[in-house]
Design a protein around this ligand. Structure first.
Ligand code: SAM
Length: 255
């Protein structure tokens, strides 16, 4: 199970469609993010980063922000880490998104790498923390994505996946009108690209519900997995700890 943009018939086609989609909206991505979320996205990135303060403040820690896009999650992690804290690396497979991240991060210690989240160019047990903000949902195979995150984490390392959810009740109903009817129109208007902003609500609908996602994390080798709703459940943070002995663990192997 994974993202399936309209017309994509298999996993490779889905990944290619996602890559082309983000490349096409890269020039307007930041503006659209802030407009469409009324700037609440900044609060979500900050809350996510704050959740991992203990790791971020360790000078020896290595952190990977997957599907980093134009870098805002990585910047939030960097700010919490401070000058003496963890080293943060952002990875994405869209060159255009990474170019913007690099331009915004010019002069910081952040580093960027062009890489596919399902085939990361890192050895086992390499990171203390792997995050992904609004990116994981776009992977063409969620279980393979979780296994790859678990592989590159050291045992005891943590994973934080921030993504959209589906709020319930009256707020949920009002939100769905906005998310499914209004947002695609504004997104298409500002980006000038038809498609990505219709794909967004469809991809959220397709994404596993929190309970199922937590179960998938457990199967991929995470223990203590949980989901914390943000802003009535419009977004939420999945956290998991890589279990000792999980696949990809190499006891005693570090960087
Ligand atoms: C919605 S953007 C999120 C960007 C950023 N994390 C944020 O919070 O704004 C999703 C990003 O995931 C990236 N992405 C999707 N699938 C990927 C994959 N298989 N490997 C690497 N990056 C991927 C896209 O290129 C895009 O930049």
């Amino acid at each position: 199970m994974g993202a399936a943009p309209a017309g994509a018939e298999n996993r490779d086609a889905a990944a290619k469609a996602v890559q082309e989609m983000f490349t096409s909206i890269a020039p307007r991505y930041d503006l659209l993010n802030h407009v469409l979320s009324f700037n609440v996205d900044r609060l979500w990135w900050w809350r996510t980063a704050r959740r991992f303060d203990a790791i971020l403040q360790s000078p020896d820690a290595h952190v990977l922000d997957l599907c980093c896009g134009t870098g805002d999650m990585a910047f939030a992690l960097r700010r919490r880490a401070g000058p003496a804290g963890a080293k943060v690396l952002g990875a994405d497979f869209s060159h255009a998104m990474l170019q913007r991240a690099a331009a915004k991060g010019n002069g910081t210690s952040l580093r960027w790498i062009e890489a596919d989240a399902l085939r990361l160019p890192f050895p086992d047990s390499n990171f203390d923390l792997v995050t992904s903000a609004f990116g994981f949902r776009n992977l063409s195979d969620y279980d393979a994505g979780l296994r790859e995150i678990a592989r590159v984490l050291r045992p005891g390392g943590q994973c934080g996946i921030l993504d959209f959810g589906e709020p319930r009740g009256l707020i949920g109903e009002l939100y769905r009108v906005y998310f499914k009817k209004v947002l695609p129109k504004i997104g298409t208007l500002i980006s000038g690209v038809r498609g990505p902003y219709a794909y967004l609500p469809a991809s959220v609908e397709r994404f596993p519900a929190p309970q199922e996602m937590v179960e998938r994390m457990r199967r991929a080798g995470f223990c203590d997995s949980s989901w914390t709703p943000y802003t009535f459940g419009i977004a939420g943070l999945y956290v998991g700890v890589k279990a000792e002995g999980a696949p990809g663990s190499r006891p005693g192997v570090g960087r």
